[in-house]
Unconditional design. Sequence first.
Length: 504
Amino acid sequence: MTPGLSPSDRQLIPPLRTSTRVRRSWDHGIPPVFRPLVRAYLLGYASAVAPRLLTLLLQHLTRRRVSQDGDKPHQSPSRSKSFITSLINILRGGLDWQRFPTFCAVIVGGSTLLQIPLKAAFDRLLKYLSDLTRKRLSRWFASFIAGWLSLQLLQSKESSGFTETVSSSSTSTKPPKTINYAGRTLDLSLFALTRALDVIGGELWARRKARRLSQGKHNWSPLEQAVSRLTDPAIFALSSGLIMWTWIYRPSRLPRAYNKWIGSAAAVDPRLIEALVRCRDGSLQYGRDIGQAPLLGGMCADYGWPLDWGDPAKSIPFPCEIVHMGCGANCEYHALSRFERSFRWCMATYLPLNLLLAIIRNPTRKSLARAFASAARSSAFLGAFIALFYYGVCLTRTRVGPRVLGKHAGARQTIDGGLCVGTGCLLCGWSIMIENAGRRKDVALFVAPRALATLLPRRYGLDKQWRETFVFAFSTAVVFTCVLENKNRVRGVLGNVLHTVLNP
């Protein structure tokens, strides 16, 4: 209010202009209908190129750090030239039209652009349906078509791992035949499938809850509370158990990088794993001398144990101290030592990353404390995972198994032939309960498709590829339609990313 002025005079004074400015997004100049396509392509390009650039940079810095002072002067320019060449190849490789960035642009751009003609067609042909139903149908079919075409784009690129050259017989004059296999996009298809199943399951559970509320039932039964609380941990426990079983007995069904990471975390002598594998397939049998003593005999020699410990004909079974690998005979102490070593190993990885993110986002004392707590919690989860796996093995071999099945050679063969490993696989995944509820769902949905992949062949005939394509397209249509209807139904980071990309 301006003092000394009448209400009529005040109306003549123009209002003050505020200094607030509307913050525009970086893509405000792009037509709204094309924004999802551009966002998807750039996000796909960044996710495809950034990890390779980071690896290249770390390798370059490592080479410079370990280079000796006696290097010739002309070697430094050649190193720099090689680094620049690799950098250009990585940046250029991301622009290949058969790679992930184009896939992202096709699946997102197609699902948004195709909605316009499909909606017009459904409005003309399906007038008896409500406008909302026609809109949902247009979204679903647009996403289905885009998912089908985008996956075929990735599948069209040949890969040496899915190509095999078969030579003709020596008497034949025909040239060698090249056979192409399908399966290189299997992990992506299983990821989409698990996400679609999660969306459908969540929607059914939400409708059940709404139906109970409409009936005046505001409290869950104890069983329903347990299902709601333990679904994500159970998914992770079953998935990680299946992955650990596959890692020991069928490692070829896991990606090479996955095998390498699990081996680094487990820190186990490969001879011990081989002994468990031979116990299962029957090539190592307790109480019989069939030439298997040198396998664990080498471990006994390396660790200073009696050589008879490694002879299955004399030692029934081989002592649990061999499983402990130098930590003594006590199984509980071994589990605690495994937890301590794994915790330190994980903290060396998680803590620097969490602190770096905290410094970039908001470098305050509270944010740094949260970063430390988050790193400690995740490290405790992985440490408990490894400790529970090993203790499950020892629990069956030493504490419980002999009391239930007996101590004769046949019982020992059954225990070491898969029962002890199975117990470890069942126990290890429940360490996810250490993590918070939000983290549990992300980890469970990350591991589940990898567990499903262990049940399927990594390569299969091209004549069956349409089945995988259909599953991927159907699953993508479910997820995309749901994220546009209710973004909270697509859980975790994926739901937030898809909502940001698909929102015009």
